[in-house]
Design a protein around this ligand. Structure first.
Ligand code: NAD
Length: 512
């Protein structure tokens, strides 16, 4: 396979327009140096839109991760970054935001080449990356500790925030640079040293980010990059005693493995895992807006979004026209490669992932779900990429695997309800708790339902927006901890109580 589908808009041609994308084994960034893995291995990255070759990157081994951990520990122990005043750390992050904006086109192209995501979506992601660095750059220095009233004039008691130390940051392939930014920006703002481990399928924008961190003057060893398989280069980050915190975004099974690996050293663990997110539509909702957003909820980035609205829960009285319209519009979604401005959505990330989505839909159909549209691979000119048609399944009921497991593809199931209580019960009937939406023009009902949903983000009459200044994260098995917002920075800080006795004296507690 090589660029056959996209013709003159081919990935090969686009690759030539992104000359800044690095190529080769020297793509690990350890201790301020670009180095090759000690075993000299490389990994070839291909674009899922048509299989075109994108670039060669390092394929690190455990020994390289250990070298990165040592570099991060040495930088932390030397205070290279933690001793920099917080506002100066913030300035550096603001400079990163500026560079990302300046190089937005190149960064977005690299992201689209790796993920197959539409260029316009990658451009939005790069804006969001810059906004994240801007937010945490401005937040640095604003979270002063506090003086505690000890109730005694001869005691000074202070709460101070300190960096945690060495942070291992492991990120997924769906929003590669954005998910990395959500971790890198607050971790650096808080004064930590980091080792970033992006997903092996989508490494290029992480390399570009390291270039920028180096250019803007981050001291050597403060930010390190390892590339390679999770089980090989990610696992040591979770288990190594010199890593003080592991922050992971990815699948539930991997998250559980990481939590177990981290337990032995009792390091801090932050997990942003999957979701099985309900989109609840009441009959009084704005019909057109709700249908339109239900499409966005389920099919943006071909459903490869942790907060995808994969469970449509619609009031019985409008279910038939609502689903008919959803199906009609889902069938109009044009699939294609990232550099074709006429398409609406791109491919799945890999052949393996498409097989997983396929098996998930087939299991649903075997359990009695009804296929309303989609349910098959892209054919014809789409055959070179990993395309899966937008899929709507109805006739589903509690207990079916299509309702319980995350497909992470363009698949939405339809359930119906007749009462508010029933809607809430259905929406909470999942082990996950990442995000969900309520559609109604009754403000009281929207708020009532929002209050009872056990999900970390609730949208009312909207789907998917997030704000860098608002916390993001999951309840139940969607994870622990929060990213973004002030809490997203606090996650990367230790809190220390300093108690000073200004008049030391003998206690008399024990006999002399
Ligand atoms: P994944 O769990 O397969 O991989 C994520 C990262 O973990 C990759 O970098 C991978 O190399 C690494 N990894 C794999 N095994 C490891 C191990 N044993 N030790 C250490 N690291 C390991 O997930 P994915 O397929 O890349 O991403 C999709 C998942 O991410 C979905 O479940 C999605 O819901 C979730 N996600 C969640 C959020 C959120 O904010 N909650 C955001 C984006 C994606």
């Amino acid at each position: 396979m090589s660029g056959t589908y996209l013709g003159e808009k081919s990935v090969d041609a686009a690759r030539a327009t992104a000359p800044g994308i690095p190529d080769g084994a020297e793509t690990l960034f350890i201790g301020g140096q670009w180095v090759a893995p000690q075993a000299g291995k490389t990994n070839a990255v291909h674009c899922p839109a048509d299989g075109s070759f994108v670039g060669l990157v390092a394929e690190a081994g455990e020994v390289d991760t250990i070298a990165a951990i040592q570099a991060a520990k040495a930088a932390h122990d030397a205070g290279l970054w933690s001793s920099v005043p917080e506002p100066e750390r913030g300035d550096l992050l603001l400079a990163v935001a500026r560079r990302v904006r300046e190089r937005k086109n190149e960064f977005a192209r690299a992201e689209s080449l790796d993920t197959g995501k539409r260029l316009v979506e990658s451009e939005i992601d790069m804006d969001d990356v810059a906004a994240c660095f801007t937010y945490f750059g401005k937040l640095a220095g604003q979270q002063a500790g506090r003086v505690v009233d000890a109730g005694r004039p001869d005691v000074v008691s202070r709460i101070v925030h300190e960096p945690i130390g060495v942070c291992g940051l492991i990120t997924p392939w769906n929003y590669p640079l954005l998910q990395s930014a959500w971790k890198v920006a607050p971790a650096l703002a808080a004064g930590n040293t980091i080792i970033l481990k992006p997903a092996e399928l989508t490494p290029h924008t992480a390399i570009l980010l390291m270039q920028v961190l180096d250019e803007v003057g981050l001291p050597p060893g403060v930010a390190n990059l390892v590339l390679g398989k999770g089980s090989v280069v990610g696992a040591p980050l979770a288990s190594h005693p010199d890593v003080d915190m592991i922050s992971f975004t990815g699948g539930l099974t991997t998250g559980k493995t990481i939590a177990v690996q981290a337990a032995d050293t009792v390091k801090k663990v932050a997990l942003e895992l999957g979701g099985k997110n309900p989109n609840v539509i009441f009959a009084d909702a704005d019909f057109d807006a709700a249908v339109d957003n239900a499409l966005n909820a389920a099919f943006v980035h071909s459903g490869q979004v942790c907060s995808a609205g994969a469970r449509l829960i619609v009031e019985e009285s409008i279910a038939q026209p609502f689903v008919n319209e959803l199906v009609r519009r889902a069938q109009n979604i044009r699939l294609g490669g990232p550099f074709d401005a006429s398409v609406d959505a791109g491919p799945l990330i890999s052949a393996d992932h498409r097989d997983k989505v396929t098996a998930y839909v087939e299991a649903g159909l075997a359990e009695g779900a009804r296929l309303r549209c989609g349910g098959r691979w892209g054919t014809g000119e789409l055959a070179d990429g990993y395309y899966y048609l937008p899929t709507v399944l109805d006739n589903v009921h509690s207990g079916m695997s299509v309702l319980t497991e995350e497909a992470f593809g363009p698949v939405v199931t339809v359930e119906t309800f007749t009462t508010e209580d029933e809607a809430i019960t259905l929406a909470n009937d999942t082990i996950y708790g990442l995000a969900g939406a309520v559609w109604s023009q009754d403000a009281g009902r929207s708020q009532r339902v929002a209050a009872r949903l056990r999900h970390g983000t609730i949208w009312i009459n909207d789907f998917h927006p997030y704000l860098p200044q608002a916390e993001w994260g999951g309840m139940k098995q969607s994870g622990t901890g929060r990213e973004l917002g002030p809490t997203g920075m606090a996650e990367y800080q230790e809190i220390k109580h300093v108690y000073q006795n200004l008049r030391p004296a003998v206690t008399g507690w024990f006999p002399r």
